[in-house]
Design a protein around this ligand. Structure first.
Ligand code: CA
Length: 227
């Protein structure tokens, strides 16, 4: 069976180029032009490998990568015009398997695709859950538990909590949380994050001054892990 590759890229010329060269190599190619469309296509087609552009019109490529990693361990090749070393390190830390800057050589792209597919003989969820003995977040089922009891959260609250526990011990700014937890960012300010955090604390029973979901005045929010 042909290996499935999903390209998430808003530039029609590059999509056409990828479609042509990957098709010629025997890949079965599906395409998306935006981050959201890409996530939907990922869900539907379950590709063997993803080529992800970072500069997308709706969701940022980083967010797309994070959500793909919530669902699966499928290899992801990040393709981008950004070429700083910091971006590359960030991409690899965020769970990308490889990183290629535009303009890229066809031969190199194909070689890297093959390499990252070979590197993953046994698919296993990278980080299927977070559990510090106080709260458990199952990133595959998109469900949080307190003492084994499921907590009913809205999608935004769930993503807020996931972002905070994934970065446990680190401060995330309101801006970063907006990027990570909301689909539409336009016009969303720190107040929205503040109220969403308040609601989340209430649902988790973490309203006291010693709440593990800390407000770091002037900086943002931090989840303080139990261990
Ligand atoms: Ca782009």
């Amino acid at each position: 069976m042909a290996a499935g590759v999903l390209t998430i890229e808003d530039d029609p010329d590059i999509r056409l180029l990828l479609r042509t060269m990957l098709g010629r190599e025997g890949y079965s190619v599906s395409e998306a032009q935006t981050g959201r469309e890409g996530l939907r296509a990922f869900h539907e087609t379950r590709p063997d490998v993803v080529i992800l552009d970072l500069g997308l019109p709706d969701l940022d490529g980083w967010q797309v990568l994070e959500r793909i990693r919530d669902m699966s361990d499928a290899p992801v090749l990040v393709l981008t015009a950004r070429s700083s070393e910091a971006d590359k390190v960030r991409g690899l830390n965020a769970g990308a398997d490889d990183y290629l800057t535009k303009p890229f050589s066809h031969v190199e792209l194909l070689a890297r695709l093959q390499a990252i597919r070979r590197r993953r003989p046994v698919p296993a969820p990278a980080r299927p859950s977070f559990d510090d003995g106080r709260i458990r977040v199952d990133f595959v089922r998109w469900q949080a538990y307190l003492d084994d009891t499921p907590v009913e959260l809205t999608p935004v609250e769930y993503r807020l909590l996931s972002a905070l526990v994934r970065h446990a011990g680190q401060v995330l700014s309101a801006d970063q949380l907006v990027q990570m937890a909301w689909d539409e960012h336009a016009g969303l300010g720190p107040e929205r994050v503040k109220y969403a955090v308040l609601r989340l604390r209430r649902k988790l029973g973490w309203e006291s001054a010693t709440s593990p979901l800390r407000t770091v005045r002037g900086f943002g929010y931090r989840y303080e892990p139990l261990r």
